[in-house]
Design a protein around this ligand. Structure first.
Ligand code: 3HC
Length: 310
């Protein structure tokens, strides 16, 4: 009796219990989780490209090792999230096919170019910092496999954010040219990082339902504000400025006021017209094609030796 199942589901949500793969759950809840988890995974995988661009050109062995570890982590986060999404009855193949055919998205932030080494620091500090602000509440998401995946991902994300901050601090305290390079990177990555949190609440298609299902625990604007409040003092500690003349502490609100976001730019990037959309997608499709032999070999091995051993 679907009515009874819905009642049990609603009671579990109300009691802040975890919904697990074997539980009955509404089709719309399943579909929205697959949508969000798949796009989260796609973001991790595409997000490897901007940073990988600098692995061969890192300024020291130490920086190279850190960056390689971070890019490998992002791949792992992607695979972790695809596995969590598969518990909802979809498959990695199906999700990747949707990414490659443009039927599923990845985060807008990865459609911007990494023009200098300082971009690696700006991405760690701002992009991974925004990801942490968004992902910590997801550790309390109602769907068990997603929430548990977030716990481990958040731990690794803190290292990503820390290394980026430290990289920028080194440059900021370096020669004037190094300071200028760090400032230029922050100037280019600040506003796109704020767009990672999604459209304004009054333009968010999924927020109300997502919050009713306790998937989204805070609104897009709430997390965006939390991120701004965290970054302003950090920028001061870095000796760098943020490219927003309207940034100002508002005693009444207990938050920083900040300037308007260019939502037309956001919509253009989501339409596929960002600086690097075409390049990111062609690189992703090429990697998938070039990796076909690995998938075929693994499948052949599994067929020959039985799944368990593979
Ligand atoms: N880039 C691309 N698409 C975006 C977006 C962005 N920055 N912000 C919103 N959108 C899309 C949504 O996916 C939705 O489109 P869809 O219906 O086709 O999925 C539409 O815009 C409307 O936005 P909503 O606010 O209604 O959608 P959500 O309720 O899903 O909120 C979200 C958007 C806050 C991104 C939410 O999906 C979320 O929290 N996702 C999980 C976190 C995530 O995906 N982070 C990616 C950041 S990169 C990363 O984590 C890698 C790290 O290692 C650096």
């Amino acid at each position: 009796d679907p009515e009874a199942y819905q009642t049990v589901f609603d009671a579990a949500l109300a009691a802040d219990e975890r919904i697990e793969p074997r539980d009955w759950l509404p089709d719309a809840y399943r579909a929205s989780l697959i949508r969000q988890m798949a796009q989260h995974a796609h973001s991790e995988i595409i997000g490897m490209q901007p940073e990988a661009n600098w692995i061969t050109r890192a300024p020291s062995l130490r920086r190279k090792a850190i960056l390689m570890a971070k890019v490998q982590d992002e791949a792992g986060h992607g695979l972790y999230l695809y596995s969590a999404a598969e518990t909802l009855g979809t498959s990695r193949e199906e999700l990747l096919d949707k990414l490659h055919s443009g039927r599923q998205k990845y985060s807008s932030i990865f459609n911007y170019p990494t023009l200098t080494w300082a971009d690696v620091g700006a991405i760690g500090w701002l992009v991974d910092g925004a990801a942490i602000t968004n992902q910590v509440p997801l550790c309390r998401c109602s769907y068990g496999p997603y929430a548990r995946a977030m716990v481990r991902i958040c731990k690794e994300e803190s290292f990503h954010q820390r290394q980026g901050y430290e990289l920028l601090l080194t440059l900021s305290r370096g020669t004037p040219a190094q300071h200028a390079m760090a400032q230029d990177a922050v100037d280019r990555w600040w506003w796109p990082s704020l767009m990672m949190f999604g459209p304004p609440d009054d333009a968010s298609a999924h927020s109300a339902q997502s919050m009713a299902w306790k998937i989204k625990r805070h609104s897009n604007d709430e997390l965006r504000q939390r991120f701004v409040d965290i970054c302003v003092p950090q920028a001061e500690a870095l000796g760098l400025t943020l490219p927003d003349p309207d940034l100002k502490w508002n005693e009444d609100r207990g938050h920083y006021d900040f300037g308007p976001i260019d939502w037309e730019e956001f919509r253009e990037v989501l339409r596929g017209n960002g600086p690097c959309n075409a390049q990111r997608m062609s690189q992703r499709r090429r990697a998938h094609e070039e990796g076909a032999w690995v998938r075929e070999a693994a499948a052949a091995y599994a067929a020959k030796h039985g799944k368990a051993e593979a």
